[in-house]
Design a protein around this ligand. Structure first.
Ligand code: GTP
Ligand code: MG
Length: 313
């Protein structure tokens, strides 16, 4: 794609043109625009947003929560972007959130942009793509950007790497939360949300989360717990106000500033690693790898083959 075309698309995306925002995202996803080129246009102007990871067990109500928070955040005059990483969907690109993801409070609002992503991209690629998408949303002027991921093991870690804050959503009666908390995920949480608080045992859950927090070394007072119900609406305004407050104080929040610096250097490291690998695997080297068959296994140690491949240009 020509850089003239990219400039045109980027200029329009910056003015919040819906189609151009989508075009930039799909362009990166489908290798029509290079990440590097896009980054040159957008990077300097993608630092004003607050990026929040929303993660937790399947069905905890993450999408419902965002759906309810959006109008409240909009009332405070802020715009919203959502990236939902949908592990069950094999489809990447273009698709807007369907019924499954329950975000419909934003259909006619040009200051809300919602994008779902499949997770079929190569390992690590989903996080990288989500990070690029969130930069594009920031560039288009979105103030708050939510990134939803289902908390199944590894994904909490990756979402916390690309966001300013990570909210862990738990529900009473699921039983998963204690396991998750024990597994060290506590270290990643900046905010706890106990959703479905219309159900019984939600106070018990708040209590057990509090117990777990106080039995670890992490500074307890810094992790707030919000009790919400998307069914009755309880607690949603408090949570939404807290998000607006985080946004307003983002520039003075040292934790967030530090986290952004860590993110920046991690990103540089990833780019270097990818670049080196890409340059390494020339056609000739790949063909040596392809020649390996059953007989090679007994003949040569893998180290020997590595030397041979390295010796090739
Ligand atoms: N009772 C009750 N049900 C809720 C609440 N929040 C969400 N739900 C219901 O919980 C189910 C799952 O909600 P989702 O918002 O799709 O949950 P999710 O965490 O985004 O789910 P995945 O993306 O599939 O992991 C839906 O049937 C919602 O209607 C709540 O506060 N109370
Ligand atoms: Mg969801």
């Amino acid at each position: 794609m020509s850089s003239k075309k990219l400039k045109e698309v980027a200029d329009k995306a910056k003015k919040n043109d819906f189609i151009s925002i989508s075009e930039l995202m799909s362009g990166i996803e489908n290798n029509i625009f290079s990440r590097k080129q896009v980054s040159e246009y957008i990077f300097k102007e993608s630092h004003e947003s607050l990026k929040i990871g929303i993660t937790g067990p399947p069905g905890a109500g993450k999408s419902s929560l965002m759906n309810k928070l959006i109008p409240l955040i909009r009332k405070a005059g802020l715009s919203v972007g959502v990236i939902a990483i949908d592990p069950s969907s094999p489809i990447t690109g273009g698709s807007f959130l369907g019924d499954r993801v329950r975000i419909n409070n934003a259909v006619n609002d040009e200051n809300v942009f919602v994008r779902s992503m499949g997770s079929r991209a190569e390992l690590g690629g989903v996080t990288e793509l989500a990070e690029d998408f969130s930069d594009i949303l920031a560039f288009s002027g979105k103030d708050i950007i939510f990134i939803e991921t289902v908390g199944v093991g590894q994904s909490e870690y990756s979402v916390s790497e690309i966001t300013d804050l990570t909210a862990l959503v738990f529900v009473p009666e699921s039983g998963d939360e204690i396991q998750l908390l024990k597994a060290g995920i506590l270290e990643l949480a900046d905010i706890f949300v106990v959703n479905k608080s219309d159900r019984k045992d939600s106070n018990l859950l708040v209590k057990s989360i509090n117990n777990i927090i106080s039995s670890t070394k992490k500074n307890i007072k810094k992790i707030p717990i919000f009790k919400t119900s998307c069914k009755t609406g309880n607690g949603l305004d408090i949570f939404a106000n807290a998000i607006v407050e985080y946004y307003n104080s983002m520039k003075e929040n040292e934790d967030i500033q530090n986290r952004q610096a860590v993110r920046y250097s991690r990103r540089i490291k990833t780019i270097i690693e990818k670049d080196i690998l890409k340059n390494f695997w020339s056609e000739n080297r790949l063909s040596l790898l392809e020649k390996i068959d059953k007989s090679s296994i007994k003949m040569k140690s893998p180290y020997k083959i590595v030397d041979e491949i390295k010796g090739e240009k």
